[in-house]
Design a protein. Structure first.
Length: 116
């Protein structure tokens, strides 16, 4: 059984910062990639950022230069540092991890609200 638990969401004013964390626990023997998606009300879930085990990263164009993804491989943890937040960043942020045989596991989501 694998579990992903996110933390760090909340309410922040535009221009502010938040740091999201996600810890994967359970029967993990291979951690290929970890990342973050988000879903705003009435919109489809979209990729925000992903980082693979070797350290390569990929970002959505809308967050490049403002968000930074990082990971702690030893502790199966991924972080998302979000700076210069905008109201349009408001969404539920979901952690995802590709583990073991390539299965994708999702967290329960954490709300990020950016006020104008």
């Amino acid at each position: 059984q694998v579990q992903l638990v996110e933390s760090g969401g909340g309410l922040v004013q535009a221009g502010g910062s938040l740091r999201l964390s996600c810890v994967a626990s359970g029967s993990i023997y291979s951690n290929r990639a970890m990342g973050w998606y988000r879903q705003a009300p009435g919109k489809q879930r979209e990729l925000v950022a992903v980082i693979i085990s070797g350290g390569s990263t990929n970002y959505a164009d809308s967050v490049k230069g403002r968000f930074t993804i990082s990971r702690d491989n030893a502790n199966n943890t991924v972080y998302l540092q979000m700076n210069s937040l905008k109201p349009e960043d408001t969404a539920v942020y979901y952690c995802v991890a590709t583990l073991n045989l390539g299965n994708a596991y999702w967290g329960q989501g954490t709300q990020v609200t950016v006020s104008s």
